[in-house]
Ligand binder design. Structure first.
Ligand code: SAH
Length: 235
């Protein structure tokens, strides 16, 4: 198949993925308290080549609205979840965003496509290396990657407009609150790592907003099922 035909097919698949995200946003509008996501977030989702972030074996499924395995028991999140988390972060061009759990690098690429500068931490060295290489090759120069324990945050680059955690915590890591700007938002799944069916999951995706007086406001966004936060191997 000619390269431009392939690119064309990918663009079509991506457009279909966007329709599925829109449909799921409508289905979950009662949770999200909105029936449409920020158009800038949807434009970023339309731009990032998800197929460049999934293992070759999963290539045919790259644009399904589903999580996919990326090795070492980890997953690239479902596109709908990536869109919702990005939307909930309330960020845009020029925002400084910390991501915990680089995984495939896809969520970081979506934030970068939105115009954010991104600091992303991955616990597992193999995934950290691969994601950094992939993001660089795809031209995402505004994503800074490092391997380590995300629960400690990235103090040298703090404070952040938003922090996104893409693995489930059993409690809220205090460092991540400390590293938020006043007015900043922490988006994270909290709960036991037992959820398989998302609608039945015991985890909740939370939005925690730091007020200008330093006070915290917590909002439940959605029931979710994320892989658990782990301790990096050498820590
Ligand atoms: N955001 C990813 C999804 C990753 S799944 C994407 O877009 O593909 C969650 C990731 O969090 C896994 O890669 C896992 O290894 C990583 N992780 C788990 N615990 C962590 C920790 N304490 N610090 C940093 N990363 C962690």
């Amino acid at each position: 198949m000619a390269a431009n035909q392939k690119a064309d097919n990918r663009a079509k698949e991506r457009a279909e993925m966007l329709r599925q995200i829109e449909a799921e946003v409508l289905e979950t509008a009662h949770w999200l308290a909105k029936d449409k996501l920020d158009p800038r977030v949807m434009a970023a989702m339309a731009e990032v080549p998800r197929h460049a972030f999934v293992p070759r074996m999963e290539d045919a499924y790259a644009y399904r609205n589903e999580p996919l395995p990326i090795g070492l028991g980890q997953t690239i999140s479902q596109p709908y979840i990536v869109a919702v988390m990005t939307d909930q972060a309330g960020v845009g061009p020029g925002s400084r965003v910390l991501e915990i759990g680089t995984g495939s690098g896809y969520q970081a690429a979506v934030l970068a496509a939105l115009g954010c500068e991104v600091w992303s931490i991955e616990a597992l060295p193999e995934l950290a290396e691969e994601a950094a290489r992939r993001l660089k090759a795809a031209g995402y120069a505004k994503v800074h990657c490092r391997q380590g324990d995300g629960a400690r945050g990235w103090p040298e680059a703090a404070p952040f407009d938003a922090v996104l955690v893409t693995a489930a915590a059993t409690s809220i890591p205090p460092a991540l609150i400390d590293q938020l700007k006043p007015g900043g938002r922490l988006i994270l799944p909290v709960g036991a790592p037992d959820g398989v069916l998302r609608r039945n999951a015991s985890q909740r995706l939370l939005r925690i907003e730091k007020g200008h007086d330093g006070g915290l406001t917590e909002t439940v966004i959605l029931p979710v099922a994320f892989v658990p936060l782990v301790s990096p191997p050498q820590d």
